[in-house]
Design a protein around this ligand. Structure first.
Ligand SMILES: [Zn+2]
Length: 163
């Protein structure tokens, strides 16, 4: 059972264990917004509702842009496993081929099907006369920044949709 942590401005910030959430609440660093009363936590002297969503009492400042490290899984997830050239099911392609200086970055990696990958080989899209279906960029948003939100709980819905 995990707890969604919101910043003092109500933006989703993190997903933590309910124990960590209780520590934050008991040290007055957070207050409970939603709790699972049917499933209490037994402490030494008291019983507590298990927190589902908490909000921090003080605002935590975050860097303006948090860089998300590029990964093959991440690129496939961003591109919904669809080839950036033709839309079919995909693996990974370097837009600018690696053999020609293309780097592993959000801007240079796209999902790509085997057929397009083989046809393109070590050429650029321009040389192939192909265009990308979208401009590849680093992803952003709650689902990428807040780890654990990939498997959201129903009670989190109203807190996640705003962002
Ligand atoms: Zn393709």
């Amino acid at each position: 059972m995990r707890t969604l942590v919101l910043n003092a401005g109500y933006e989703p910030l993190a997903v933590v264990s309910f124990r960590r959430a209780l520590v934050l609440v008991m040290s007055h660093k957070a207050t409970v917004l939603a709790a699972d009363a049917d499933n209490p936590v037994h402490g030494a002297r008291f019983e507590y509702d298990r927190p589902s969503v908490i909000v921090l009492t003080r605002y935590v400042r975050l860097p303006h842009t948090r860089l998300i490290p590029v990964s093959r899984r991440g690129v496939l997830r961003r591109d919904a496993h669809r080839c950036a050239y033709c839309g079919k099911a995909a693996t990974i392609d370097h837009v600018q081929p690696r053999s020609r200086g293309g780097v592993d970055s959000w801007e240079n990696l796209v999902a790509c099907c085997l057929r397009c990958n083989n046809l393109k080989s070590n050429r650029t899209p321009l040389e192939m006369g192909w265009s990308l279906r979208f401009v590849p960029k680093a992803p952003h948003g709650v689902g990428w920044v807040v780890r654990g939100v990939e498997q959201p709980q129903a009670v989190w819905d109203e807190y996640l949709t705003a962002a």
